[in-house]
Design a binder for this molecule. Structure first.
Ligand code: G3I
Length: 300
């Protein structure tokens, strides 16, 4: 197949991108995105500061702009994200204890009600671990160690139709402490019946020219717990073709790796734009990494 989305679909997978609502008026951007991808994640527009700027007053205008743009083109949408230490609205940052816990529950219920039955995945909890595998200290963590499972149980009741994911970065290397911390939490959740369907590995690769050699082991180990895995925010320093081909190959080698999402369209759209980490250059031309990904998908 000649596009990333169609090539991924040949093996039942998707290929997605992060979309920023502020760029939907840029026709170079929308032409590439509309042609190449079949899954969309809102880069910022479905985060807590965007969707509940004042307590109890929800605003879905930017999120809906992206949702409508994507679904009008036959793409699916991944929700990102419901409970996170970062990009909380000011009112939430100033809460603690039981009132913050209740605000988190109300936020999940409010946002998920709006998108009920419409999304393929939700990143219910984002980035809750430290590099050593312990829990990240945050205002949410300070409400009690059970905040993550409460978030997932709340999410399942709010919309039983959407797959519920835990999402994090630096969990690609199987021998890394953080990977093991997240793995142990997922194993515990599955053993106790806490609802969880998927793990998102953000896959922000920096430096070096090779992948962690055990990346595929990480994907298959999570999958063996009974969850789907996905690469959710891929970008790679200087768009190393070796790393892009390798991460694509690792996903297609694991049956429960359901798809890959790159964190933006052109290099100039990236939060790491100085590292030219994406598949299209600033003018919208396909880079060598694009071809390495497309070939790996077509060979699957
Ligand atoms: O919208 C305001 C604008 O009004 C203001 O003038 C401008 C001045 O700084 O800021 C704009 O907001 C920025 C926003 O992106 C939209 O461009 C924020 O400052 C900036 O912090 C924010 O950065 C986002 C970042 O998450 C925040 O944590 C990036 O775009 C986004 O790519 C990044 O995405 C995260 C994932 O959600 C989670 N994993 C890591 C990933 C990369 O950091």
């Amino acid at each position: 197949a000649g596009t990333l989305g169609a090539a991924a679909a040949q093996s039942g997978r998707y290929f997605g991108t992060a979309i920023a609502a502020g760029r939907l008026g840029d026709s170079t951007y929308t032409t590439i995105a509309g042609r190449e991808f079949n899954m969309v994640t809102a880069e910022n527009e479905m985060k807590p500061d965007a969707t509940e700027p004042q307590r109890g007053q929800f605003n879905f205008s930017s999120g809906d702009q992206i949702y409508n743009w994507a679904t009008q083109r036959g793409m699916k949408v991944r929700g990102h994200t419901l409970a996170w230490h970062s990009q909380q609205p000011g009112w939430m940052q100033s809460l603690s204890g039981s009132s913050l816990r209740q605000a988190m529950i109300d936020h999940i219920n409010g946002v998920m009600a709006h998108y009920k039955g419409k999304l393929a995945y939700w990143d219910v909890v984002n980035e809750a671990f430290n590099e050593d595998g312990s829990r990240r200290q945050s205002n949410l963590q300070a409400t009690g160690n059970d905040w993550i499972e409460v978030a997932f149980r709340t999410a399942r009741s709010a919309d039983p139709s959407v797959k519920l994911c835990y999402n994090d970065y630096n969990i690609e290397n199987w021998s890394y402490g953080k990977t093991q911390g997240v793995y142990n939490m997922i194993r515990d959740f599955k053993s106790r019946g806490v609802p969880i369907d998927c793990v998102g590995l953000q896959t922000h690769f920096t430096g070096g020219s090779s992948l962690p050699s055990n990346f595929q082991t990480t994907l298959s180990s999570f999958a063996a717990l009974g969850v789907d895995v996905a690469l959710t925010e891929v970008d790679v320093t200087n768009a190393s073709t070796t790393q892009y081909a390798g991460l694509t190959q690792a996903c297609v080698n694991v049956p429960r790796c359901v798809g890959i999402t790159v964190w933006g369209v052109r290099d100039s759209d990236s939060w790491r734009s100085s590292e030219s980490p994406l598949l299209f250059d600033n003018s919208g031309n396909k880079k060598a990494a694009y071809t390495s990904v497309l070939n790996a998908l077509n060979a699957a």
